[in-house]
Design a binder for this molecule. Structure first.
Ligand code: HEM
Length: 202
């Protein structure tokens, strides 16, 4: 079955907006539990990580299954990942730490998982800022180079998730395994002379 461009766009948009809609409904219905800030941090963090990994699936899916129309959804998925990462960081800084920047700095220095999350966010920032067609044109071949930052961003995000896991490691290990496969596939293509891919592309 082949989906029309419009149906594909709708599906990707729904995929990107679903976590936000879920959080809004849960907040309105009082379903966020005893610690709503913690729950929202959880929901936005998971959404950011899943969408980031999904954006990295686009190039392998294109190449393996010949779904070339998927390429233009990479940017949307990457931007949604950045949107949730920004909400996640905003909730932590505004709601959790009440804009206490000394506490933010202390957390950054004392909690390695926060440093890993920060690394992921800082790596995603230039990708989001240069995702416009104008930036792609202006940067030329440097754009592709810059967008390789998606790999350290994804590794740091998975490390962040692994580091903060307490007892149950199944989910973070699943993310790590998915990322390992995605990076492995790209590594194999690279060694065989093919091209990898990045998020935010045309
Ligand atoms: C400066 C940037 C970041 C900060 C300060 C930060 C902070 C946090 C905090 C405080 C938690 C909750 C820890 C706990 O439950 O004890 C968390 C969880 C999480 N974060 Fe981040 N984070 C950052 C960036 C990111 C990014 C970029 C991603 C993904 C792309 C991400 C994904 C996650 C995930 C998946 C969780 C686990 C949610 C859960 O199961 O509870 N974070 N983060």
């Amino acid at each position: 079955m082949k989906l029309s461009r419009r149906a594909q766009d709708g599906l990707v948009l729904a995929l990107g907006l679903l976590p936000l809609a879920g959080s809004i409904v849960a907040a309105a219905a009082g379903w966020l539990g005893a610690n709503p800030v913690e729950e929202l941090t959880h929901q936005t963090g998971e959404a950011a990580l899943r969408l980031l990994l999904l954006s990295l699936c686009v190039t392998p899916a294109r190449r393996i299954f010949g779904w070339h129309g998927l390429a233009r959804h990479r940017r949307t998925l990457g931007l949604f990942a950045f949107f949730y990462a920004s909400l996640h960081l905003g909730i932590y800084v505004f709601l959790d730490l009440s804009l206490d920047f000394t506490a933010v700095a202390e957390d950054l220095l004392e909690r390695p998982y926060i440093a890993a999350g920060f690394t992921a966010f800082v790596s995603m920032l230039p990708l989001a800022l240069t995702s416009t067609r104008a930036a792609i044109r202006r940067l030329g071949s440097r754009w592709r180079l810059l967008h390789r930052l998606v790999y350290p961003a994804a590794v740091a995000a998975v490390v962040h998730r692994l580091w903060l896991a307490k007892a149950d490691l199944r989910e973070p290990l699943l993310y790590a395994a998915i990322l390992a496969v995605l990076l492995g596939v790209r590594g194999a293509w690279h060694l065989s002379g093919g091209r990898g891919g990045s998020i935010g592309g045309t």
